[in-house]
Design a protein around this ligand. Sequence first.
Ligand code: FEO
Length: 168
Amino acid sequence: MLSKTIQDALNEQIQHEFSSAYAYLAMTAYFEDTNFPGFARWMRMQYDEEITHGMRLFDFVHARGGRAAVNGIDKPRADFESPVDVFQSALEQERRVTRLIYDLYELSQNEKDYGTLVELQWFITEQIEEEKIFEEIIETLNLAGDDHAALLLLDRQLGERKASTADA
Ligand code: FEO
């Protein structure tokens, strides 16, 4: 059984995961509008991933005898200067989420909720992976600079992203 403290904290994290999904959806729209179909597809898959993260926690709350909450989501940033600006914004978002997961982990340690600690380990591993991917893409985009041919090549490469099996 979840304590009220942990249940509330998990429900906040569910909200953060769905907020992230919404932010990626806004980035997808930006890339569709600016004619980068590969980046748009990549971001849409990232949106899907965040939905699975939110639902994973939603199911976890119920598996532990709690009640998940469906809270409101703020309007995400929708306007960007360039592809690298989008990915930089995404990286900052992921770093924020990482800190939130660490806070939740610390709270679960204080509450001696070992079940939640185990669940959060999956999220910690996932955050390491996500930050790494965004950092790599930003590095490549910085190398490409304003070179349109390089940008179009990268758009095509990212458009070939395969669905992650780690979320299953
Ligand atoms: Fe669910 Fe990208 O963190």
